[in-house]
Design a protein around this ligand. Sequence first.
Ligand code: T1G
Length: 709
Amino acid sequence: MIGERMSAVSYQVDGEVAVLTVDYPPVNTASLAVRTGLAETLERARGDEAVRAVVIMGGGKTFIAGADITEFGTDKSKASPSIQDIQNILEDFPKPVIAAIHGTALGGGLELALTCHARVAVASAKVGLPEVNLGILPGAGGTQRVPRLTGVDAAIDIMTTGKHISADKALEMGLIDAVVDDARTGAVAFARDVVASGRSFMPVTQRDDKITGVDPSVFARARATVGKKARGKIAPMAIIDCVEAACSSSAAQGLAFETEKFAELYASDQRPALMHYFFAEREARKVPGLKAVAKPIRSAAVIGAGTMGGGIAMVFANAGIPVTLADISDEALAKGMATIRKNYEISVSRGSMAQGKMDEALARISTAINYADFAQADIVVEAVFEKMDLKKDIFTRLDAVMKPGAILATNTSSLDIDQIAAVTERPEDVIGVHFFSPANVMKLQENIRGARTSDEVIATVMDLGKTLGKNVVLAGNCDGFIGNRMLQYYTGEAGFLMEQGATPEQIDRVAEKFGMPMGPISMRDMSGLDIGVLVRKERLKKLPPGERFSPILERLVEQGRCGMKTGKGFYRYEGRDKSPDPETTQIIEDVANELGIERRTFTDEEIEFRLFAPLVNEGAKEIEDGTALRAGDIDVAWVNGYGFPSHKGGPMFWGEQVGLDKIYDAAVAAAERNGPRWAPGKLLKRLAMEGKGGRTPEGARCHLHEKRR
Ligand code: T1G
């Protein structure tokens, strides 16, 4: 084999097959350098008489992972050759070109492969079109080529979810032509067979000019089902439009329509928000200045077999880490294990988990009552009730039993990490690892550093998050950390709005229209009003004079209205079905009368701003005092821990788009209405006075974030 390195794409000849290898770490994005390299090496292969076929593959860990998002908004993304230019070369190429896929072929990477004559992949490879997660759509022919290969239903599912498809599934769907043991040798052999057989290929879009025989009702059904999950995202709906165009117009017209829809999405507010979120999620994994190396976590233990503890045990088991679930009695453990088994059975029945995977995960979970039984675990996560005395007792016992170097983590949602660490002889090994309920579903892992937590322990739990399939953020130790410290303003304002005349139903409707999975009132009913009163009791002790919470919550709990679990809270429940309750209205009116509050009606816009603006103000204070490292971390916490719509970028990005001066004014008004802790912080005031914020064209950075640096 002879070979020369040419720019980002190397050229080697293996017999009569030219192998073009894309080398553009870390994920071989279709950057200008890669596109230029592909054009040059394809031309070289075209002119090389000894070459009778071509293989395109990725170097390092993956095939081409898509267009280079960092080039968006720069001249590079528009510079020739474009992805489409390369696709045109491939579709007209006089010699067979085989894509050899390992790692991932995503977005523009898969779209390039779809214009090769054939595609082979190793069994561990994944393919997908995740553009929808960036607020755009597959803009290099994916919406026209994929349905021609997989059919309409599968195409809509792949592109509106952005999910990764395994090689076997891709073969079954017609996206690839063979699964091979090794990408390079398998592709070269496939290419040689093609040459020997004289097999010819027709470009996908020429196989049938338009897709026929599709029941038009499939699109109405898709719009209904996808629309419900989209919660206001516009890209999924545009994708359905493009697939519909593939069935009603020629390939050329369909490609033109796709380009038009891509441009519309690109110009929308959702695209910069989702691209901001994409980078924020990755940046949140990094702790500036942290040099320590993560320790391996090969075994775990969880204390508390309740809802949280059981969910956390599942998270470790699902990640392949053996875990011991501990509680105080066999009865508690049996109850906890029964809940875990039931959760897995539901996943299997829904088809989201194979029976074999469930059996493997369950086999990784053991139970214990004696702490000595899990003393050798690399990490132990305490997940018992939010009572400081109970946690201190547990950490005292852990300190006496756990092996040296074990990480002692607490799942507390707001209590003081340093107070817990202080009962041990090893505060450097103590850290907060806060999961959100249900832990086996919610993606956020909020890590909280204590004053004496070591860098090595921080690095380890930050790294552990990726293993567990979570999105991590690192928070400073304060009441409520990043997420819940802000949540009290969101739910607090909802209480004041009800006193002042907004109804629970209106408040929830406005929040859900904004994109939240459920409104703050329904969320309260779901999590239990009595829990809310308990947390408030602690918080009320620390509130300075002049501050208050609305007493509606306490009044409801006094009347046994604790939420869905008691059949009534703010709403009345028949199972999970809720309805407004006149009794609640009366309780609210009584509170307003006692407080001498004159009630009035509210517009939806006013409610929306009063619910979400305080999040930005408190978030800015977290950046100021170091509780949050970056504005983007706060966005990651809220998207993954509370369901804040990612197509708004997260609360901090949303606040930037709205305009920090407007957020500042809202904070000044809130302080007059609700009390001094609602007043604007220094950072927000400074940025507002500087006129920062407003619709940021590329939105790659939050000014709040930049100011932190
Ligand atoms: N562009 C630029 N940088 C990217 C990138 C991309 N597409 N994908 C990843 N990175 C960076 C990322 O920011 C991180 O940087 C590093 O690579 C490692 O990423 C025409 C227009 C491929 C599954 O959406 O899903 O094609 O933090 O930590 O966990 O229709 O990266 O190291 O500085 O995620 O191993 C479509 C997005 C683009 C794929 C690898 N493609 N990427 O996961 O690594 S739009 C995507 C991923 C498009 C076409 C349209 C994942 C991965 P840093 P990582 P990973």
